[in-house]
Design a protein around this ligand. Structure first.
Ligand code: CUA
Length: 199
């Protein structure tokens, strides 16, 4: 028997050396990696379940070539479903949003539907968690409750060509009384106008 044939020869690693445990440096990195995974998992869980951050779902599929020919997309805008529940249909196309302005009474919950007849766009409403990809052929949907009066500009956040920077609009969240007053004002003005015409 030669020395190299022996399992105890100096060249072959001894089983004792192999089971000496993990290098502290390597162990620290392993602990750190697992800790980071736990932190990431917790972050995503809290964002999703406690703070309500959602990924927009595909609400339905449409034909981008003909989607604007029929309702509701032929006349995008706001629809009232019940007292404090609305639907907003927004078209994102090169290079404009239709409509460019949405006026919503404070406290209203809005199902926001958006689609594109041409290329990929984006819809991000500032100071909210509404942030959607707008893909031709698909209707994206997110629901948001506007609890504070104010102006919430929206933009296209997906580079879509030379007019990309011109794609913006604004959600105006107004006191419920202001909306009713708007209607009254309009009626009053019309009344005043017709009275003037009569005299
Ligand atoms: Cu549409 Cu950028």
């Amino acid at each position: 028997m030669t020395a190299t044939d022996s399992p105890q020869s100096p060249e072959s690693p001894s089983s004792e050396k192999l089971s000496m445990g993990i290098d502290p440096y390597e162990r620290n990195w392993m602990v750190l990696s697992v800790a980071l995974l736990v932190v990431f998992f917790a972050t995503v869980s809290i964002a999703g379940f406690a703070l309500g951050f959602q990924v927009n779902g595909v609400d339905s599929e449409v034909d981008p070539a003909t989607v604007l020919d029929s309702e509701p997309w032929a006349s995008p805008g706001l629809r009232q479903i019940s007292e404090d529940h609305y639907e907003a249909y927004v078209v994102a196309k090169t290079w404009v949003f239709e409509p460019r302005e949405l006026e919503i009474p404070v406290g209203a919950t809005v199902d926001i539907f958006v689609t594109s007849p041409d290329l990929q766009h984006g819809l991000k409403i500032t100071d909210t968690n509404v942030n959607m990809q707008v893909v031709p052929g698909q209707v994206s949907k997110l629901t948001y409750t506007f609890d504070e009066v104010g102006e919430y500009p929206y933009i296209c956040h997906e580079y879509c060509g030379s007019g990309h920077a011109t794609m913006f609009g604004v959600v105006k969240v107004v006191p419920a009384t202001a909306l009713a007053a708007d209607g009254d004002d309009a009626a009053d003005t019309e009344d005043a106008q017709s009275q003037e015409d009569d005299s």
